[in-house]
Design a binder for this molecule. Structure first.
Ligand code: SAM
Length: 278
């Protein structure tokens, strides 16, 4: 029977042939998952161990699905975000590393120690709202989404991580006239015409998590407009955007009378976020 290392090598070669990005990393993650390891690096202690047929069988299905484009996070069932493990499945967008930077921007901004009302719009799996609730215990966090599936996933993540977040089903801002100190959102921003050209992995994300309308800015336009009456004076909004949208989003904020409009780069040097104060 093949050893752990041989299986990793043959899986890596198979993934390379099928156009899977980071083939070795994917092979190691799936092997660790199939063998019940807590961490991928635990495999390194067992490279020379021969695997039994019983151990190989579940791995074969995972490898086949990954080669066909199913996202790694759906196969593992989890994703790490800001040092915590969240459940991830087809009910909501797979959280992206850039969004961890959005959360870091929020945490670096002046967040006061008094009761502080935060709204996460389009919460998906809940990563933003739950991380902020856990990092800022003085904050009162509400999270909304139009998708009942996403809200169910977010609620189960909040329960398993012990986060106190109020989840509300709503089309953008909820009806009652609560005022928020901070609104944060990673809403869909991909122009509808670009959806068919997305990678097969991204097309596993729900369409409602991707499609931002004709120019990609339909939802951001509505949110910026309605935020004017839903942020307290001096309250802030932080948005995540597509790679070429910062200029247009900054103009939208300015046109609606926001102050301190500021674009922020991600680690790849792309202006990925815009913040503004009311
Ligand atoms: C790009 S995903 C982001 C999910 C999560 N915030 C994250 O960063 O991983 C966008 C989310 O917005 C939700 N959404 C789309 N249209 C919406 C609307 N009109 N009102 C509220 N949520 C909406 C989608 O269901 C999806 O969960």
């Amino acid at each position: 029977m093949p050893t752990v290392l041989e299986v990793i090598k043959s899986t890596t070669a198979y993934f390379e042939k099928h156009g899977v990005e980071s083939p070795r990393l994917n092979a190691e993650h799936l092997a660790a998952h199939a063998l019940g390891k807590k961490k991928r690096l635990d495999l390194y202690l067992e490279f020379d161990r021969a695997l039994t047929e019983q151990e190989l069988a579940p791995l074969r299905g995972l490898v086949r699905d990954r080669a066909r484009g199913k996202p790694l996070q759906h196969l593992l069932g989890t994703v790490e975000f800001h040092g915590r493990e969240f459940r991830s499945d087809a009910r909501a967008l797979v959280p992206r590393p850039e969004t961890e930077q959005l959360v870091e921007l929020v945490l670096q901004s002046k967040v006061e120690s008094r009761e502080f009302k935060i709204l996460d719009v389009g919460t998906g799996s809940g990563v933003i709202a739950i991380t902020l609730a856990l990092e800022l215990p003085q904050a009162v966090v509400t999270a909304i989404d139009i998708s009942a599936d996403a809200l169910a996933l977010a609620q189960s993540n909040a329960a398993s991580l012990g986060a106190n977040v109020t989840f509300v089903g709503s089309d953008l801002l909820p009806g009652e006239p609560a005022a928020f100190d901070l609104i944060v959102a990673n809403l869909p921003y991909i122009p509808s015409g670009d959806i068919p050209g997305l990678s097969r992995e991204v097309r596993h994300d729900p369409l409602a998590a991707l499609d931002g309308g004709g120019d990609g800015l339909d939802l951001l336009r509505r949110l910026i407009e309605s935020g004017v009456t839903r942020l307290v004076p001096g309250g802030k909004m932080f948005l995540e955007l597509g790679h070429d949208q910062a200029g247009r989003v900054a103009e939208l904020f300015s046109a609606h009378g926001y102050r301190d409009v500021c674009a922020h780069k991600d680690y790849a040097g792309i202006e990925r976020f815009v913040s503004a104060s009311r």
